[in-house]
Design a protein. Structure first.
Length: 446
């Protein structure tokens, strides 16, 4: 019987993927509760698994005291020394109890306790395992649909794929095999694990690229930033830790095989892969591809606002369909992007430089020269050196007057450009094309 118990403990441990000590503690607790019901007294009972014999031993523990007030839990020093010569006050002595007569009811109760303890331990083990794997990607099978949510069979447990974590471009059927990212793990009201998974989280794209690209898996290529609009488009910025490795080429693969495998898994979601650059200006130029950027100016480095100017024909391409391209680019670089066409910028600069037309000694020819030199506005003019003014045939005295006028005019321009309180900033529509339907607000904060 003892050997059979040891075999059962090992078997349950393997089947439930539990530490044998967890099963042993469950059996000890079950036998102890059964013994308390059977003996039905005030003795201090304890149980312990005997690894040598494979039995569960039950003991009544008594404390050595000077004067006994409760014979069930105390023993006098004199009696204790008859049993153990070296006994001292405060020592605890164990008296074995017979467990053969626990009876059928007590044994059944013990069995139920063991099952409950093992089940609780198994749940805790599953919760701990999935908590460690948060952000990982697992294969699952769609088991059923509950309302707008799907229940995914992950093997050891079931997970919930909520509506908000489903890609709009995907349709699921019972029995479909899909890959999902573990989003969160909680304990349900019934005590079991409640795992939430996602098909829209950026971790899914990161892990899929890691699976397909060995250079990412071994750390030769690193993913520095990754943003998605699930089911439609994603942008990934990568960099290489080895000068001889092309990070973009490594991710794309021969004839695009690597990135195409990821696109198929994401049901056709387009992926733009660009090379990371610590310079935000260079990075935003790459992030707005396939549009060609004419120039970038940092408007406010503290608030992380930059102005991007593109050719008129490139405006709709830079903005993207429903503002998707510029929105993803802003999230990728972590800056707010204000995007304008060359014509819009020319009109804006002309309005600012018109302040000089009323100045004595400044004629239209000087204003035209400033515009031809692509002066971006009053702030740009204030940053120009005497050498830069001289290169466009503007004398030092005239340059000083221009700086003085620009300093005085800047507050007025700022007031005109700031929307009135309570009003919405205006947005201009981009021309309809395959790339863009309309221009949204120029960029969004990351």
């Amino acid at each position: 019987m003892a050997n059979e118990l040891k075999v059962r403990i090992e078997q349950v441990s393997r089947e439930k993927n539990l530490d044998p000590e967890v099963v042993i503690r469950a059996i000890e607790d079950a036998i102890l509760q059964a013994a308390k019901r059977f003996f039905n007294n005030d003795e201090d009972l304890r149980s312990r698994f005997n690894h040598e014999t494979g039995d569960i031993d039950v003991f009544a523990v008594k404390e050595v005291v000077e004067k006994v007030t409760d014979e069930e839990i105390e023993i006098s020093l004199e009696e204790a020394r008859e049993l153990i010569p070296e006994a001292e006050l405060g020592m605890e002595i164990e008296f074995p109890k017979q467990t053969e007569g626990l009876g059928r009811i007590a044994a059944q109760a013990a069995k139920q306790v063991i099952f409950q303890k093992v089940r609780d331990a198994e749940r805790d083990n599953v919760i701990a395992e999935f908590e460690r794997r948060r952000g990982d990607v697992l294969n699952g099978v769609i088991k059923r649909q509950e309302g707008t949510d799907y229940i995914i069979d992950l093997g050891r447990t079931e997970a919930v794929l909520p509506r908000k974590e489903q890609s709009r471009a995907e349709n699921y059927q019972t029995g479909d095999r899909i890959r999902v990212a573990i989003l969160s793990v909680q304990r349900s009201t019934r005590g079991g694990p409640q795992v939430t998974v996602s098909r829209t989280d950026g971790a899914l794209l990161r892990k899929l690229l890691e699976m397909e690209v060995p250079e990412i898996f071994d750390g030769t290529v690193k993913i520095r930033a990754c943003v998605r609009e699930p089911g439609e488009r994603a942008k990934v910025a990568v960099e290489s830790t080895h000068k001889d490795i092309d990070p973009i080429g490594a991710c794309v693969g021969m004839k695009g095989t690597r990135v195409q495998a990821v696109i198929r898994e994401l049901r056709g979601e387009k992926i733009d892969i660009i090379e990371w650059d610590d310079d935000p200006v260079a990075l935003v130029k790459a992030a707005l591809q396939p549009a060609q950027v004419s120039r970038v100016q940092i408007v406010d480095s503290e608030q992380k606002i930059m102005e991007v100017v593109v050719e008129d024909k490139q405006l709709s391409l830079a903005i993207g369909k429903r503002g998707q391209n510029v929105r993803l680019a802003a999230k990728l670089v972590g800056w707010r992007i204000e995007i304008k066409s060359e014509e819009e910028k020319r009109i804006e600069v002309a309005a600012q430089l018109s302040e000089f037309k009323t100045m004595e000694g400044v004629d239209k020819d000087i204003v035209q020269r400033l515009m031809d030199a692509r002066v971006q506005g009053l702030e740009h003019l204030l940053q120009m050196t005497d050498e830069e003014f001289a290169s466009i045939d503007i004398e030092e005295a005239t340059a000083a007057s221009l700086r003085q006028a620009a300093t005085a005019a800047l507050p007025k321009v700022a007031v005109r450009e700031t929307p009135a309180e309570g009003s919405e900033p205006s947005t201009e529509s981009a021309p309809e094309s395959d790339e863009a339907a309309a221009q949204p607000p120029a960029g969004e904060p990351a």
